[in-house]
Design a protein around this ligand. Structure first.
Ligand code: NAD
Ligand code: GLY
Length: 382
């Protein structure tokens, strides 16, 4: 078997079932080198503009440019600064103008090569450019491979909160090349792992138990285990998105840990002080402890969640956030910007057990305040 045939055999395909907007997520090694042919077979001979960031460009842009250049379809590449601050109006405006200057037409493709920041920003640019051009996601962080590249949420942050400006715009294809994870910094890999575990916690207890046993192999990037972890995550997300594309109901379950987590990220100024996945790790631990405090689940389940995240080196408590600790009223104000707020009432994703998350609307503010007071007090005593 040739090397190409061998790596093709390792590629898994997940379909995102969205009717006329359905698309495939390919997962496995060596996909960037074959991107020209893979895109051509599914999306035709459209021309491509790559959007990436400086870190990703250093390791992977050359290979993608070569793969797209071979088929004569590359019109240019745009490399942006790395980091959450790039997901902003400040970067969106020049990005759109540069895509237009490259002559990108309605039938052409924006190709997002990078983590969730590049995927969300480039996807949003594609959504609004010429009232919508197609785009391809080539996610290079674990978080982007298991979550942000699938499902069509695109957007930017504002000082008022995360992802408050955006659009649903589905990609035409996702190429999750697991080889790219070899250059991902360890801390980013760990942060992305929080989103992998999320799928177990929200709806798949056997997957969570499997992760408890196999997480060292995920972190060692052992091909079979890694591909299975990414595939299981993508399949779970594709199922939910297929049933509820625009988050009228069930899709909100994917926000387990995010009401708390987004508030912590905003508190830290969307900086390296707390990565998105780290904020979500704390948020999911809090969601389980809050569920236990409200009597929905056993404290033992919440302890098990915390123990697993601690075992992989993720933060699990408000006290683990470096620097000044947030106060309750600031957190309540930040949580009020959550997109799930309806008529001023907070919605939380809570759980009856591991793998049994549910949507709790109208959670009384005084219960949230009392819970946070306990959490902040507990972190102060540690
Ligand atoms: P990111 O895009 O900032 O990537 C993390 C860091 O890793 C960056 O410094 C990046 O340059 C670097 N990097 C990425 N791939 C690399 C590689 N292969 N080798 C070396 N360095 C690499 O962050 P992220 O964690 O990928 O994504 C977080 C973002 O995703 C947040 O903005 C979050 O809101 C968003 N998100 C969106 C969705 C969605 O459904 N659209 C879901 C979850 C998260
Ligand atoms: N990451 C949450 C969603 O895609 O709905």
């Amino acid at each position: 078997m040739s090397a190409v045939t061998a790596s093709l055999a390792q590629v898994r395909t997940v379909n995102v079932p969205l009717g006329s907007r359905a698309y495939e997520v390919l997962i496995g090694p060596g996909l960037i080198g074959r991107a020209g042919a893979l895109i051509g077979a599914r999306l035709g001979t459209a021309r491509c503009a790559i959007v990436t960031d400086e870190n990703v460009a250093r390791f992977h842009l050359g290979a993608l440019e070569a793969a797209l250049g071979e088929s004569g379809r590359l019109v240019g590449s745009i490399t942006l600064p790395p980091g959450e601050a790039t997901k902003s109006f400040r970067q969106l405006e020049p990005l759109c103008e540069r895509l237009l200057e490259l002559g990108l037409e309605r039938g052409d493709l924006v190709v997002a090569l990078g983590g969730g920041v590049i995927g969300d920003l480039a996807g949003f640019a594609a959504a609004i450019l010429r009232r919508g051009v197609r785009f391809v996601q080539i996610p290079t962080s674990l978080l982007a491979q298991v979550d942000s590249s699938v499902g069509g949420k695109t957007g930017i942050d504002t000082p008022q909160g995360k992802n408050l400006i955006g659009a649903f715009h589905q990609p035409g294809l996702v190429l999750a090349d697991t080889d790219t994870l070899r250059t991902l910094p360890e801390r980013e890999l760990r942060a992305g792992y929080a989103e992998v575990a999320k799928y177990g916690l929200l709806g798949d207890a056997p997957f969570f138990a499997w992760l408890e046993r196999h997480h060292p192999s995920v972190f060692a990037l052992e091909a079979e285990v890694l591909t299975r972890a990414v595939e299981t995550s993508v399949r779970a997300k594709a199922d939910i998105v297929g049933r509820d594309e625009t988050e009228q109901g069930e899709r909100a379950l994917l926000n387990l840990g995010h009401t708390f987590g987004h508030a912590f990220e905003a508190w830290c100024g969307y900086s390296d002080r707390l990565l998105h996945g780290e904020a979500i790790s704390i948020g999911m631990c809090l969601a389980f402890r809050f569920s236990a405090a409200l009597g929905y689940c056993d404290a033992a389940a919440a302890d098990r969640v915390r123990a697993h995240f601690a075992a992989v080196g993720l933060p699990t408590r408000i006290g683990d956030i470096p620097g000044e600790k947030p106060d309750i009223e600031t957190l309540m104000k930040l949580m009020a910007q959550d997109k799930k707020v309806r008529q001023g009432k907070l919605t939380f994703i809570l759980a009856r057990d591991i793998g049994e998350a549910f949507i709790a609307r109208d959670v009384p503010a005084d219960k949230v305040r009392a819970f946070l007071a306990g959490e902040i007090g507990a972190s102060g005593r540690r």
